[in-house]
Design a protein around this ligand. Structure first.
Ligand code: ATP
Ligand code: MG
Length: 509
């Protein structure tokens, strides 16, 4: 492919959501006035790449001929974002001037950012790129620090992860080989806060267990200092570990978002707790650069929104779509990007602005308006998506003084794990492999697996008259009841399960 006026091609990727789409970097060095041009919808970072590439080549002892150099990123209609195009551009140029054998690069995806001194800096998205490469029987050339991330793509994928341009050239011409990196896992330090720290709060502890077991969204309402934030922080300690498929999915998102430190992946379920000042872009994704937001980083894990009414109402409402269908769509002028976002929502709030409404003996200065104004910041449809809503009353001093006899997280985690296994098995037996929890089941599926008996139906009927249940709330109650039955290892969903599920739906002002 090398020769005068010929085109050298190196392959890299562009990211569409978490998918890595192949991109060809074509270089032509032609006679004419010296020029250096990048075409094919490059963003600013890609456009500036020319300067970095030139400097890095000079630092590595190579110089570009004073000719007309054109670089095309094909397909031309796909927007190219990010700094990982430096290395493929540099390699294509080096192939074109004969500094590396250009056929050596035929079966690789290349990505990496270049420093002016020729070192190769880490980039986001190495894992999805490596998986895409492996799927085609290709290898990958990536920065040294992303190497162990790429190694997760497969045992036999060819990985070249050099520290700088010079060692890459040496590897390609066979002078000095780079060793293949090995996959690295984050070491578990196991210092998760434990449920045993919590005194009293029996109802909230039980609700936490039910939420973890069935993957249900949950809201805790209570006065300041009742222990809501404390309870939520202990949810990760009772969640089952990620299965390999879930692990891969979340690691891909973390890779794209640049959240994999040193290319190490962790099998702990994500727990994201964005502050209430978070913007819509920070939460659902997007912004200046299309990037996954908190909802996607919480994929297969927990999104904890503390002080729920303090979030901007429009930000909260933007969560309605991902809550319903498990993904976010970011629409742009020239692209539409989808990120997975199947998270479990856990939220905490005070009942009113002063925080004390409903506490015996307390009268808000602003009367009933205090609670109703505060709670009105959360829209009905948003609230409707929360399966479990409980009151968290203040702990009594007696509870605080008594020596703690609370059950440790490890015991609860075993029950949660068992209930999860029952759910997985049930939905697999029905031939549905994308539903693993009761919370994720759709309404027709949940009706099929609950089959309430006569007593339960009567109870549901009475409750619907009293509480004015919507169709969605009806299904959500069935889901929680099913989880309660699973926790009790009961085939049938009984009246007591429905009754308990109904108790997890406190009224709002
Ligand atoms: N049930 C409990 N057992 C032990 N300590 C508790 C309990 N509840 C509260 N505490 C103590 O009170 C502190 C505050 O609790 P936490 O921050 O969870 O309250 P909160 O309900 O989130 O309050 P706020 O509404 O102000 O956010 C905790 O750090 C802990 O020291
Ligand atoms: Mg709190």
């Amino acid at each position: 492919m090398n020769g005068k006026n010929m085109v050298t091609i190196v392959q890299t990727v562009a990211f569409l959501g978490i998918e890595a789409v192949p991109v060809n970097v074509q270089v032509q060095i032609a006679s004419g006035l010296p020029a250096f041009k990048i075409v094919g919808l490059p963003d600013k970072a890609v456009n500036e790449s020319g300067e970095r590439v030139r400097a890095a080549l000079v630092a590595s002892g190579l110089s570009l001929p004073p000719k007309r150099i054109t670089i095309n990123l094909a397909p031309a209609d796909l927007p190219k974002e990010g700094s990982h195009y430096d290395l493929p551009i540099a390699l294509a140029l080096m192939g074109a001037i004969g500094a590396v054998p250009s056929d050596a690069l035929d079966r690789y995806f290349v990505l990496g950012e270049l420093g002016l001194d020729g070192h190769i800096a880490p980039v986001n998205g190495t894992l999805p790129a490596a998986i895409a490469a492996n799927g085609r029987g290709f290898g990958i050339i990536c920065p040294h620090s992303s190497g162990s991330e790429a190694a997760w793509a497969g045992d036999d994928i060819d990985i070249i992860a050099p520290k700088n341009l010079l060692s890459l050239v040496n590897h390609l011409v066979g002078n000095q080989l780079c060793t293949r990196p090995t996959p690295k896992k984050q070491v578990k330090t196991d210092n998760l806060p434990d449920l045993a720290d919590i005194k009293g709060q029996e109802v909230a502890r039980r609700a936490l267990e039910v939420a973890a077991a069935g993957g249900h969204n949950m809201l805790m309402v209570g006065p300041p200092g009742a222990g809501k934030s404390m309870l939520a922080a202990r949810l990760p300690s009772i969640m089952p570990p990620l299965n390999p498929r879930e692990l891969l999915d979340i690691s891909m998102i973390q890779s794209i978002a640049g959240e994999l430190a040193n290319g190490q992946i962790s099998d702990r379920r994500p727990f994201r707790a964005p502050h209430h000042s978070a913007s819509m872009a920070a939460l659902v994704g997007g912004g200046l650069k299309v990037k996954p937001g908190e909802v996607s980083l919480a994929h297969n894990g927990i999104l904890f929104l503390d002080e729920l009414p303090e979030f901007s109402p429009s930000v909260l409402d933007s969560l309605r779509q991902p809550l319903e269908n498990g993904e976010t769509v970011i629409a742009r002028a020239n692209a539409r990007v989808t990120y997975p976002a199947r998270f479990q929502l856990v939220a905490a709030m005070n009942p009113c602005k002063c925080g004390m409404a409903g506490t015996p003996g307390h009268i808000c200065k602003r009367g009933d308006r205090c609670a109703s104004d505060y709670q009105a910041r959360i829209s009905g449809p948003f609230l409707d998506r929360i399966d479990i809503r409980i009151d968290v009353p203040p702990v009594s001093v007696a509870d605080m003084i008594s020596p703690s006899s609370a059950e440790p997280s490890a015991n609860v985690a075993i029950r949660v794990q068992k209930a999860r296994e029952i759910q997985m098995k049930r939905y697999l037996q029905l031939g549905i492999n994308n539903v693993h929890t009761n919370a994720a089941a759709n309404s027709s599926l949940i009706e099929k697996v609950v089959k309430p008996d006569k007593e339960s139906k009567e109870l549901l009927l009475r409750a619907s008259e009293r509480f004015n249940l919507s169709a969605r709330s009806y299904h959500r109650i069935l889901k929680v009841a099913r989880t309660l039955a699973d926790l009790a290892n009961s085939e049938q969903t009984r009246r007591q399960h429905i009754a308990e599920a109904l108790s997890y739906r406190i009224k709002f002002a």
